[in-house]
Design a protein around this ligand. Sequence first.
Ligand code: ADP
Ligand code: MG
Length: 305
Amino acid sequence: ATPTALMVGTGRGAQLGILIKGPEVLESTRRVDTVVLDKTGTVTTGRMTLQDVYVAEGVDEGELLRLAGSLEHASEHPIAQAIAAGAIERAGSLPVPEDFENVAGLGVQGVVDGHAVLVGRDELLAMGVPPLERSREWGRAIELPRELAEAKAAAEAEGRTAVAVAWDGEARGVLTVADAVKETSAEAVAELRRLGLKPVLLTGDNQLVAESVARAVGIDEVIAEVLPQDKVDLVKRLQAEGRTVAMVGDGVNDAAALATADLGLAMGTGTDAAIEAGDLTLVRGDLRVAADAIRLSRKTLATIK
Ligand code: ADP
Ligand code: MG
């Protein structure tokens, strides 16, 4: 490709709402045959809202919302924001946590009102996370009682994300949040397919939730329940199968995978970490522009042949 044609391509990209790191980026899109899409914030709006609150026997719903909401208020994760906002709405003001730690891809832990609190995936409860300064007494696995596990499974089967809440070594409840699929996602997936790309949905979220989103937008390859550090390995695995991979993502969790992919596309509405790691930024966070980007680079390269 001649430098001039690539520069023109770069300028055209800016008009379409695509920021390109350097002209050479367009060349790397040439052989892309697979497009890995992060779910939350990429295919879905990432604006979740709190739905159901299930409590274990004897647990006060208001207390559950206050303790979980307090910790989640300190996290930037879309699930956390939904829980914090819902808790304030339903239970009033939230206490400030005495201790807080984000456990990437799993949830949050901390101390609220003297209670050692966990909110997140079953794995977070099961793994018996390293105890914090103020909560040394626990660190053993916590299991969900049957009623809560059933409520959680039922919510997930309907496409909601469900997280467990535990404190002082006991599971106390389950909160569900729901996220809407972006209006443009199904069309974007169809366009990516028309360009001959195979879409793959990649998420740290539950398998059933992931499948329900995938169905809604027309994706049939789903890789779910992936820890943030493992997203990179999945991209590498696809590459090892001989596929040339574009990855679209928005989160801190996606940054390493965006950097590893043959072409990294960051949602402009996402985190700085993702934008820095990507080769391209889709300024408005519209997934359809991912297809525009591929089309543009093919056209740019074709003019040069
Ligand atoms: P995605 O890959 O879809 O962007 P993440 O890797 O960020 O999702 O999160 C994976 C899963 O970890 C979530 O679906 C949720 O179950 C759990 N999780 C992550 N952060 C939190 C949090 N702050 N509170 C509760 N659960 C969380
Ligand atoms: Mg995301």
